[in-house]
Ligand binder design. Sequence first.
Ligand code: MG
Length: 379
Amino acid sequence: MKIVDVRVETFRTKSRMVRDSEGHTHPGPEHDSTGSLLRIVTDDGVEGYTFGANRSVIDGLVKPLLIGEDPFYRERIWQMLKERQRLHLGSLSDRVLASVDMALWDLAGRALGQPVHKLLGAFRDKVPAYGSTMCGDDLEGGLDTPEAYADFAVKCVERGYPAFKLHTWQPPYEGAPSWKRDVEACRAVREAVGPDIDLMLDPFHYYSREESLYLGRALEELDYYWIEEPMDEHSTSSYVWLAEQLDLPVVGPETAEGKMQTRAEWIVRGASDISRGGVGDLGGITPLVKTAHLCEAHGVKMEVHGGGPGNLHVLCAMGIPGHYYERGLLHPFVDYEQPSPWLNTLTDPMDDEGYVHVSQEPGLGWDINWDYISAHTIA
Ligand code: MG
């Protein structure tokens, strides 16, 4: 089997998400938007798909490398792309590698008639989820006060989530960042949901060492399950300093570049208690599995960052925790149970007990609404 085409198809769609001046997403008025589908085509007629790829990068840097390759040589292709990144750091990001790698896994599953987690070596078919909020805002009835977080956490617990993670306020919102206000929100949520729900915090990412320590100690008193990325992750020493002083597990790194090598360095240095990575941070399913094995060999847990089918299939192939699937981002104004218009069904359906079930369909389990895409294709 050989790859004969790699292309990005764009289509018109609608969105209710808007970005603030710092780039964080919040609910907003419906507006026109553009979606994209990465399609890898073989001479056998089997194809693989992912959503959200950049056409110019795929056309210019990825397609010339992939044409003629056997799509089952995922490791070789991934290493070629990784090698190519060195001279194209500004454009060939780990997210691009992730899109290509996931499409290749999707293709392999479709070719072999198996879901990806079974190709990887399955461990489970469902994973408990935590409800992961959007960042704080100033929308009345949204996530504008500590009490608003508490009310929303109660709704999530009623929906079935066994755990809940706050993303609190970041600039440009008035008063942000404030570790004291973060603690107020965390306390309000703990008091609202009681002692039996796992709670986590992802705050402003550029607190000082001292602010992070105050915040962490407050979360210890509130019996939180973890804190993630309270400081710039490029300062590994700061995380060593923090993790030494807190009993509260520190999770990371998440956004620091360097794929599994950075995770290895953090483990060796004791910079976090639980490692972290997702397909988008690391460059696909292929390096996320390497990271899971790295963590297992060191006796370290890994919590997977972000949702979507790539992360879910890896979680279902991990014999060590990764305990939770990150479901969201959630907000009181957003109906997360509604699939995107280009999909017929959700990729992460959750039952009333809070378990997300992985697709048993071949590949990643995209249930694509081809009629919608073809009716909205941009020429
Ligand atoms: Mg995070």
